[in-house]
Design a protein around this ligand. Structure first.
Ligand SMILES: Cc1ncc(COP(=O)(O)O)c(C=O)c1O
Length: 401
């Protein structure tokens, strides 16, 4: 089945006695038992619900995963992922992460005995996996100083990263992670399975903020984990089974109505992302030619340092761009002047959004670390939507004058 079809039909049909084309919203907390110790397959919605099951089957089909799990937010999914690992575990990360993920690692999970190290590029991540140059609890962008620790339990990558659009080599890092006995998890929020299939490149687990392209309409919050068929914990338990247990036990599953919205959003993923990417390439090229713009970070530009790697491991470049203007005053002016593009947090929806990472998505990263990644007062992040590209360029032109 081609991916455009999988968006609409993937994962078969759950509980479809009526023939309803749209998956019904099973708005029920509990399910009656047909007899003593008997079940219809559904007992209690925290554990499973037909609308959620349909959504999970669709996402599993899109990611070619053994199983997928839908959570109340992307952060709930990151949290459930880290519940796989116990105190003392070392996690190697890409050196540029969504600020909320960094906050969870730095302010909650570090206190519970997990340690996080960050590598700025593929080579730095490979060195950290090998144990060379690790610095425990070092902030994003760090790495390369201090003493190494034991073998990592996990590697966590965003690729492309939010917001700098750096690209990590998934296949090479998967090989090194597996050689060290670690699981590789990839946050695939920016490209989605429409453009990038981390499991096929060797990753064990894929994560999504479903609030972005999968939902696609800036109208709901959701998250996903999808586990590969061969992914196992060190004790041998399949990752998919452990995640199922964590999901039903910690209770952050996505509510039926939101599952319905996600199912509806995913149906149009292919055409939305295709159109948004076309717009993004045109806008990135246009931005490059603007005198007030000093840098453009978009992996679809041939000048991007990771252009070749992006072409090799993904079938598209996505629709996220970050760019720098001359100074902080110009950045603030642009945010105040945009009319069509909305100055708002988030990304991946039909509406184009512009964000000031320093004050919004990445505000919780300590200043020195934030600046070392490149997130300064001149950097703006643009989530390109599916409006007419000429209207978007006219709006940006007015804002950057
Ligand atoms: C790359 C990435 N991962 C995870 C998240 C967290 O997702 P959510 O906001 O759905 O909790 C975000 C949110 O912006 C994100 O951009």
């Amino acid at each position: 089945m081609e991916k455009e079809t999988t968006c609409i039909h993937g994962g078969g049909r759950v509980a479809n006695e009526t023939g309803a084309i749209a998956t019904p919203i099973f708005q029920t907390a509990t399910f009656a038992h047909p007899g003593v110790n008997e079940t219809t397959g559904y007992d209690y919605t925290r554990q499973q619900n037909p609308t959620r099951e349909q959504l999970e089957n669709r996402v599993a089909a899109l990611e070619d995963a053994a199983a997928a799990f839908a959570f109340a937010s992307g952060m709930a999914a990151v949290s459930a992922l880290m519940d796989l690992f116990g105190p003392g575990g070392r996690v190697v990360c890409s050196g540029d992460l969504y600020g909320g993920t960094y906050r969870l690692f730095d302010q909650i999970l570090s206190a519970r005995g997990l340690s996080f190290e960050y590598g700025r590029d593929t080579e730095a991540v490979l060195a950290l996996i090998a144990g060379a140059g690790a610095r425990q609890n070092a902030g994003p962008g760090a790495g390369g100083t201090g003493a190494g620790a034991g073998a990592p339990v996990a590697v966590f990558l965003e690729t492309p990263t939010n917001p700098m659009m750096n690209v990590f080599d998934i296949a090479r890092i998967a090989g090194a992670a597996h050689a060290a006995g670690a699981l590789l998890a990839v946050d695939n929020t920016f490209l989605t399975p429409y453009f990038q299939k981390p499991l096929a490149l060797g990753a064990d687990i894929v994560l999504h903020s479903g609030s972005k392209y999968l939902g696609g309409h800036n109208d709901t919050i959701a998250g996903f984990l999808a586990a590969g068929a061969g992914a196992r914990l060190r004790g041998g338990e399949p990752v998919s089974e452990r995640l199922r247990f964590i999901g039903k036990t910690t209770g952050a599953g996505l509510a039926p109505f939101d599952c319905f919205l996600l199912l509806r959003g995913i149906k149009t993923l292919a055409i939305r992302l295709g159109r948004a990417q076309e717009n993004a390439l045109e806008i990135a090229q246009w931005l490059t030619a603007q005198p007030g713009v000093t840098a453009v970070h978009y992996p679809g530009l041939e000048t991007h340092p990771d252009y070749a790697l992006s072409k090799k491991q993904a079938s598209g470049f996505g629709a996220m761009i970050s760019f720098s203007v001359k100074d902080a005053a110009a950045a603030r002016r642009a945010l105040e002047r945009v009319k069509l593009v909305q100055y708002a947090e988030s990304l991946g929806g039909t509406e184009s959004l512009i964000t000031y990472p320093m004050l919004q998505t990445h505000a919780d990263i300590p200043e020195e670390e934030r600046l070392s990644i490149g997130i300064d007062d001149k950097l703006l992040r643009l989530s390109v939507g599916i409006e007419s590209v000429s209207d978007l360029i006219a709006d940006l032109a007015g804002a950057l004058e």
